[in-house]
Structures are given as structure tokens and as C-alpha cells.
Design a protein around this ligand. Structure first.
Ligand code: PAD
Ligand code: ZN
Length: 361
């Protein structure tokens, strides 16, 4: 029997999102039904609505979520009703070529629920990142549920399901920031601020936060930035060089997803340094750089999908660090809102007023 719940959908490209009735099937083999308790508003949800990710409208938005397992398919053995879980969009398959090579954080065949959630008229919904958690209940693959300690508050835990994990992991996993490194982060929204926090956790010596909004820079200081640059007022490449003995940073993380800021990251890093692109570009964007500069500057240019995380390894560990008071994840929660306020939360994100608005259900 399908469960009738309220959910937030993007019906067509550019349309305002709306709260509507969503039908969620009971879990079949390999699936889990989750009662969502909290779900953060991520820039990727806005990308979906703007048509930047695909054209499979209508989308059921929301993907940074935590909640309680309500029921599971009859073959699911490692989850049970009542388990507190963070939803992930990397349900490692164990069989694709990345998994077989021992690199499951790249898994190329991650699982989602097989059955479709639908609108009341039967129209199939595309859940954002295979999750769709701006809804009272959602149906996911069992492997998308990562059990963590229930002592963490849901609105904090959910953020590890996407943006905060992406930022922390861009620094810790993709860039492999280590003690004494200099790190610059360009774009300090939820993802970039988490990258600042990750660099701080890893023991970076110099952490330079770059944004065009002074509020974001102030918050970045609270996450461990040692220096800040407002790139509306000063050239960030020159600024980063000045702060690193004219060398550039060992690691530069781009957390916006734009060619011009990627170019800044490229030229703000030291010779043989690392650039990590974690911001998601749109299909129309192009990058043009002298090939000789690619060669001549050496080092590595990487992208970070989901912070190269392994949910089963990283979520419980980060939750424990938080519960021990060593990872102030609660600072990412700027406000808690209801399902009806997602459109307004997009506007606040656009105006730079929040790091994360989190829907509480
Ligand atoms: P956000 O809108 O909260 O943050 C973007 C930040 O960039 C804001 O603080 C802006 O002020 C700042 N900014 C914008 N333009 C400039 C500029 N020209 N120079 C400097 N700063 C600027 O978004 P977010 O933090 O939620 O997400 C950031 C990106 O990360 C976005 O593209 C999102 O889709 C992507 C993302 N990637 C992954 C992944 O796995 N790679 C996961 C989650 C999100
Ligand atoms: Zn996200």
C-alpha cells in the first residue's frame, strides 16, 4: 500500500517549487522506507530546479537528510525499523570496476530504490540524487541508509549526507590536506565552509577563505580560516600569493563551480600543488587555459564527487567527532524551517543569508 505524504517538487525548469501529495510505495527487495526527520537545503536542489542537472522533471527535491527507518524489504538484513540513519547518495555496489579495484568511494553503479515515488495522478517522480527527502517519508535503496549514533540531532546529522560531507571530504579525502599545509577555499557557502573545517581538522597551517560576501567570511573564520579575502574588493590570486610567501597555496579548493573561480584556483596554487573542484558547473560552462600552464605548473587537478566519501566509514566517524565536541557541525544550521519554506530558503541562499536552512519534519 502506498503512503500518502507531503513532499516538495520542482514541476518544470525554473518554476517555483511546490508542496504537493506524493505517493511512496512500501519497500520492496533491497529497499527501505524512511521517515524523514530533517533535510538541509543544498545548492544542488536549486541546480535541479534550474534544469542544470537534468531534464527529468518533475523532481522530488531534498537529499541532505536524516531520519528513522520505518520498514524494509523482506531481504534486507542490516537495517531494522527504528534505526537512526543518514541518507547517502553513494550506496556502494561492491561489483563495479571501481569497487573491484578497491576504490569504492568512486563506485560507478550506486543503488537507488527500484520502485518509483509518484504524484497522486501516477506521474513518476525523479528523486534528487536518488533520495528525494523534502518529504515526510521517502523510499531509498537500503544501502543508502547509514546507521549512526542517535545522540546527534537530526538537523545536524542530515548535513553529513551531502554538502558538509562534500566539503569536509574535498579537504580530507580528495586533497588529502595534511599537517602544515597551506589551503585556500574559494566560495564559502555550506560546502566551502565545510572544506575550511576539514582543512582545520587536518592540521593545515594557513587556511585562506575567499568569498564575495563578508558574512560568509566571518563564518569561515569560526570554522578555522586563518585569513579571509573578499574577492569583490581584492584580487584573490594575488591575495593568496601574498599570504603564502608569493608561492601560492599547496591546496586550493573551488566550491562554487564557475570557470572564472576555477581559473583563480588554478593560478592561486603553488607549483606541484593540488586544485580540487567540488562546486558543480552547469552544462554551458567552458574553461580555456594555456596548455603550457597545465604542464608547467605540474601537480594535480582533481574533482571531488561527494568528498570521495565512503558513507559507512565516514559518517559514523564524523558523528563521533561531533559528539566529542571536536567537529562543530551545529554551526552550519542557520535556521530550521517547514516544508513550505523551501522556495524562500533558495532565495535566502541566493542572497547569502544562510549556510544551511534545514527543513524539520
Ligand atoms: P552556496 O550557494 O551556499 O555557496 C556558494 C558560495 O560561493 C557563496 O558563499 C557565495 O557568496 C560564493 N560565491 C559566489 N560567487 C562567487 C565568486 N565569484 N567568488 C567568490 N565567491 C563566490 O552553495 P553550497 O555551498 O551549498 O554549494 C556550493 C557548490 O558545491 C554548488 O555548486 C553545489 O552544487 C556543489 C556541491 N557539490 C557536491 C559534490 O559532490 N561535488 C556536493 C554538494 C554540493
Ligand atoms: Zn547536496
Amino acid at each position: 500500500m502506498a503512503h500518502e505524504v507531503k513532499g516538495v517538487i520542482a514541476r518544470a525548469k525554473g518554476d517555483e517549487v511546490e508542496v504537493t501529495t506524493v505517493l511512496v510505495p512500501d519497500p520492496g527487495p533491497g529497499e527501505a522506507l524512511v521517515r524523514v526527520q530533517a533535510c538541509g537545503v543544498c545548492h544542488t536542489d536549486l541546480h535541479y530546479r534550474e534544469g542544470g542537472i537534468g531534464t527529468d522533471f518533475p523532481y522530488l527535491l531534498g537529499h541532505e537528510a536524516a531520519g528513522l527507518v520505518e520498514s524494509v524489504g523482506n531481504d534486507v538484513t542490516d537495517l531494522e525499523p527504528g534505526d537512526f540513519v543518514i541518507l547517502n547518495w553513494r550506496a556502494v555496489c561492491g561489483q563495479c570496476r571501481a569497487c573491484r579495484r578497491g576504490r569504492p568511494w568512486y563506485c560507478f553503479a550506486t543503488h537507488n530504490a527500484t520502485q518509483k515515488m509518484t504524484l497522486a495522478d501516477g506521474t513518476a517522480l525523479s528523486p534528487a540524487l536518488g533520495i528525494g527527502a523534502f518529504a515526510e517519508k521517502t523510499l531509498v535503496a537500503a544501502g543508502q541508509c547509514t546507521k549512526v549514533s542517535a545522540q546527534i540531532r537530526p538537523e545536524v546529522a542530515g548535513l553529513l549526507g551531502c554538502g558538509v560531507m562534500a566539503g569536509l571530504g574535498a579537504a580530507l579525502n580528495t586533497a588529502q590536506v595534511s599537517r602544515g599545509d597551506s589551503v585556500a577555499v574559494i566560495g564559502c557557502g555550506g560546502v566551502g565552509s565545510a572544506a575550511v573545517l576539514g582543512a582545520s581538522l587536518a592540521g593545515a597551517r594557513t587556511i585562506i577563505a575567499v568569498d564575495i560576501d563578508d558574512r560568509k567570511l566571518e563564518w569561515a573564520r569560526q570554522f578555522g580560516a586563518t585569513h579571509v579575502i573578499n574577492s569583490r574588493e581584492a584580487d584573490p590570486v594575488e591575495g593568496i600569493r601574498e599570504l603564502t610567501d608569493q608561492n601560492g597555496a599547496d591546496v586550493v579548493i573551488e566550491a562554487i563551480g564557475r570557470p572564472e573561480t576555477y581559473q583563480q584556483a588554478f593560478y592561486a596554487r603553488d607549483l606541484a600543488g593540488t586544485v580540487v573542484l567540488v562546486g558543480v558547473p552547469t552544462p554551458d560552462m567552458r574553461l580555456e587555459l594555456p596548455l603550457l600552464d597545465f604542464f608547467g605548473r605540474g601537480g594535480s587537478l582533481k574533482s571531488s564527487w561527494y568528498g570521495d566519501c565512503l558513507p559507512s566509514r565516514d559518517f559514523p566517524m564524523l558523528v563521533d567527532l561531533h559528539l566529542q565536541g571536536r567537529l562543530p557541525l551545529e554551526k552550519f544550521v542557520s535556521e530550521t524551517i517547514g516544508l513550505g519554506a523551501v522556495e524562500e530558503a533558495f532565495a535566502k541562499m541566493h542572497r547569502g543569508e544562510v549556510l544551511r536552512s534545514v527543513v524539520l519534519l
